[in-house]
Design a protein around this ligand. Structure first.
Ligand code: G
Ligand code: G
Ligand code: MN
Ligand code: NA
Length: 254
């Protein structure tokens, strides 16, 4: 019960931090954006993974406060990053289902953008298919409102849900994040390759950007590039980095 007791005050005690993982463009090999990944350095337990504490924060009813911290920190951080090309770096932030359910997401995003001065077009909110399934109409309404503000929306863990393609006809998203479970086998089994190919084809025909997640080997990247992938993310390109290390990487040529 320690995490449950400690998670509400973690932000105020300065125990949260953000790692940023580069998203690389296949056309010019430059870093086109970063995904912010929440980290909790617990004073006694050390680094606690978000997979463990995000669900606890959701159940404790404090996920809104956590996500507001993430939005505020991440939007401010991306403004200090050196440019890597013509287009300004994009910032991807993960959305929690409970934050959608409590109906404060749109307001919290708007206020983070106001406070930081980040252009809405530079922000991409990553919403999982699981959230879409669980929250249904609220998600559609929120996505509509966010897109009216100019914010982009990505469907995270894409192709793992039960009705992936049907969602696309109802949800006006901008980006598909091809789940790492398929990426990890794309060079080794025919089913994974076919699925990746199908997602890239759908993305292309709907005018959506496709980002492959969890690219770990040159062989995986090679197959995906052959299938027309535009953006990739994964340990092969870069691990999630503390802000200072990311600045260093971008200075050295991004
Ligand atoms: O790198 P990693 O182990 O951090 O991420 C594990 C999971 O935690 C991923 O599913 C990711 O989407 C989620 N996650 C990372 N950062 C955040 C965040 O800021 N908010 C929410 N709700 N989930 C996050
Ligand atoms: O669900 P989401 O896509 O937001 O999760 C991102 C998670 O994936 C983070 O935990 C991040 O650390 C992790 N991750 C990023 N790149 C790789 C990779 O190449 N391999 C593996 N195994 N995990 C990765
Ligand atoms: Mn994500
Ligand atoms: Na994912």
């Amino acid at each position: 019960a320690r995490l449950r007791d400690d998670v509400p005050g973690a932000a105020d005690r300065g125990e949260l931090w953000l790692a940023f993982q580069p998203i690389v463009s296949m056309t010019d090999k430059r870093v086109a954006g970063v995904e912010a990944l929440l980290r909790w350095r617990h004073p006694e337990l050390g680094e606690v993974p978000p997979r463990e504490f995000v669900p606890i924060a959701e159940r404790a009813g404090v996920i809104g406060a956590l996500q507001r911290w993430v939005l505020r920190e991440a939007t401010a951080a991306v403004l200090v990053l050196p440019a890597t090309g013509e287009a300004p770096l994009r910032l991807a932030v993960n959305v929690s289902a409970a934050h959608v359910a409590d109906r404060t997401l749109v307001e919290d995003v708007a206020s983070a953008l106001r406070a930081s001065g980040l252009a809405p077009e530079r922000l991409v909110l990553e919403i999982t298919e699981a959230t879409v399934l669980a929250e249904g109409d609220s998600v559609a309404v929120d996505i509509e409102a966010l897109r009216l503000m100019g914010v982009h929306v990505a469907l995270d863990d894409f192709a793992t849900g039960s009705s992936s393609l049907a969602h696309l006809t109802r949800l006006p998203v901008d980006v598909l994040k091809l789940d790492r479970s398929f990426v990890s086998r794309v060079d080794r089994d025919r089913q994974s390759r076919a699925l990746c190919e199908a997602v890239l084809t759908v993305g292309r025909s709907l005018g959506l950007q496709v980002v492959a997640e969890g690219v770990e080997t040159p062989a995986q990247l090679g197959v995906l590039r052959g299938l027309g992938l535009d953006h990739a993310q994964g340990f092969l390109l870069s691990r999630p980095l503390p802000l200072a290390d990311l600045v260093g990487l971008l200075r050295d040529g991004g």
